[in-house]
Ligand binder design. Structure first.
Ligand code: GTP
Length: 558
């Protein structure tokens, strides 16, 4: 059993423990209220809703935290009260409520005894397993260590050259034995493997399959092979390889595939805002979502949801359906009336099982109705599906579809925010405007598709070599802008110069030709230029100078 799983159990046990410990005090209050009500029916208007709230709360929390007997008694009590909705709670009903309260005392004693025994014998076992990998962020950082195992010198030289252009550390092996031993000593970030070796026709993929069987290393692997036969391909799939390229390979194709496999996902964890008037139930649901890497903020009053929406900026809202101050449906309607939250996924969580009431509640434009006690996987999967869809829609709006970089307007917005932050923290930042040289000629000579390949390659190079915290955007056709955080103009010049040199050594292939490209860069610094527009203008002028001075160079704003 994993450590994380144990800690989930521990946390759930804590919630159950707390509920049981606090229950006698709550029971005392409600018993007194019941007593007063029996003696002074005039108190009906004030006390009946209090009783209702208590039973509703015990029903919900009892179900979620797996105290089914307490939940069932509370359910019976709530039904008795709601049946009398408009009328007074008469003596008969009050007597029944009294006996339900007494049975709750007994059940509580039993539950608390059982809990003590269970905690002595290793605590509460949740009857579910959550996939701990969901939502987990990759921590791989540049440069990546790549193992290349191939015994054909020409192909090796070409691939090594391109891998180094992308800033990777490459180690070459000409035998599978040497490769195998090296992986055991230090596993790489990714592997490029030939299939056919003197030891056997599929010796390369067999080596990968053996490693997979014997170790728990996660080895992203790409195959390069002179053979595209079924047996070779099947052996690659069985060894878990994610790409198969026939020799002579175009190095750039292999590079881009490899880059895709090893580029850390910049995905931020999903953010969920939970509105539930029951703190224990909210904590329980938050726990389930946090276990798969989501960030959860819980508020207990519907009126607090507004401020939290603005400050927390969630990807999804999870709302309890029945709350004292206002219903989930009312809250959803209020939120939907605001244009900025029209697309925000809203899910109800409720013990309401009447499908007609559920359907009517959906009228407020919510995505789904989850019934308490919710099955943990159902909660996690439903939240994930809806929140990720919003993420995808947002991403389409803010990213350039060809390169996946931020588009012009998002780049400008992010740069503005970053400069404001830098200004508050007295931090140096640098802007670099990058423009591919003589790009019209590239298109005219090699075709528009080849031009696209150059743009995508430069985007990948920038993404893979710059830090996650830097802002990289496609500003226009063949123009890119980069904002480097905590970087001086001198540091930016050195970095851009290295990238410029590496890019100029990449071979681009069309069906019959091989060509290379260069780019020019203009650099300007913050706080010398105090806001986005002056900073951009200064970088643009430096870029203009780089072009005028012959291209393929980096110029810094003086
Ligand atoms: N293939 C391709 N070409 C594009 C894209 N966007 C813009 N272009 C082309 O990029 C070229 C840019 O040309 P210019 O800005 O004149 O650059 P240049 O004069 O060739 O080169 P410099 O003077 O060095 O900047 C134009 O021919 C555009 O059609 C794109 O997404 N794909």
């Amino acid at each position: 059993m994993s450590k994380t799983h144990l800690s989930l159990q521990d946390k759930i046990s804590e919630l159950r423990q707390r509920f049981i410990e606090q229950f006698p005090a709550r029971l005392t209050i409600v018993t007194e209220q019941h007593q007063r009500l029996s003696e002074a029916p005039i108190e009906q208007a004030r006390l009946a809703p209090e009783l209702h709230r208590f039973f509703h709360s015990v029903k919900g929390t009892g179900n979620s935290l797996r105290f089914p007997q307490l939940a069932a008694l509370a359910d019976q009590a709530e039904t008795l009260i709601t049946q009398k909705e408009s009328a007074l709670l008469d003596a008969e009903v009050l007597a029944e409520l009294g006996s339900l309260l007494e049975r709750m005392v007994e059940v509580h004693t039993l539950e608390s005894h059982a809990l003590r025994l269970a905690s002595a014998a290793d605590g509460f076992e949740p009857d579910f397993e959550l996939n701990q990998e969901q939502g987990a962020a990759s921590a791989t950082q540049n440069p990546r260590l790549i193992y290349l195992c191939d015994d054909e010198p020409d192909q090796v030289a070409q691939l090594m050259h391109h891998l180094r252009c992308f800033g990777h550390d490459v180690v070459h092996f000409s035998t599978t034995e040497a490769f195998f031993d090296a992986v055991l000593m230090q596993p790489p970030d990714a592997v490029i493997m030939d299939v056919h070796f003197p030891q056997g026709k599929i010796a390369g993929t067999e080596t990968l399959a053996n490693l997979k069987r014997l170790t728990d290393f996660d080895l992203p692997a790409i195959v390069i092979s002179g053979h595209g036969d079924f047996t070779s391909r099947l052996s690659a799939v069985r060894a878990g390889c994610q790409g198969y390229f026939i020799k002579p390979v175009k190095p750039l194709d292999v590079m881009l595939a490899l880059d895709e496999l090893t580029t850390p996902q910049k995905e931020e964890p999903l953010r969920v805002l939970l509105v539930d008037d029951e703190p224990d139930v909210a904590s329980y649901h938050a726990l389930l979502l946090e276990q798969v890497g989501m960030v959860v903020k819980a508020v207990h009053l519907p009126s607090e949801a507004f401020a939290a929406l603005e400050r927390f900026s969630p990807d999804l809202l999870l709302v309890d359906f029945y709350m004292p101050a206002c219903s989930g449906k009312e809250l959803a309607s209020i939120i939907r009336q605001q244009p900025e939250y029209v697309g925000l996924p809203i899910l109800y969580l409720s013990s309401e099982t009447d499908s007609r009431k559920q359907l009517s509640a959906m009228g407020a434009g919510v995505e789904a109705f989850l019934t308490k006690p919710v099955v943990p996987e159902e909660l996690v999967t439903t939240v994930q599906l809806h929140a990720e869809r919003l993420r995808l829609l947002r991403s389409l709006m803010i990213r350039d579809s060809m390169t996946g970089l931020y588009n012009h307007s998002t780049t400008t917005e992010l740069i503005g925010k970053s400069l404001a932050h830098a200004s508050r923290n007295d931090e140096a930042q640098t802007m670099a405007m990058i423009d591919i040289d003589s790009f019209k000629e590239v298109n005219d000579t090699h075709g528009h598709l080849a031009g696209d390949q150059v743009i995508v390659t430069l985007a990948r190079l920038l993404q893979s070599r710059l830090r996650q915290s830097d802002i990289v955007g496609r500003y226009g056709g063949e123009e890119f802008v980069v904002l480097l955080k905590q970087t001086t103009a001198g540091q930016a010049r050195d970095l851009m110069d290295t990238l410029r040199e590496d890019f100029s050594r990449i071979d681009f292939h069309t069906s019959d030709q091989c060509f290379r490209c260069t780019f020019s860069v203009g650099i300007s610094a913050f706080p010398r230029h105090a806001s986005t527009e002056p900073l951009r203008l200064a970088a643009d002028q430096a870029l203009y100078r780089a072009k005028a001075l012959g291209r393929n160079r980096v110029e810094v704003d003086p």
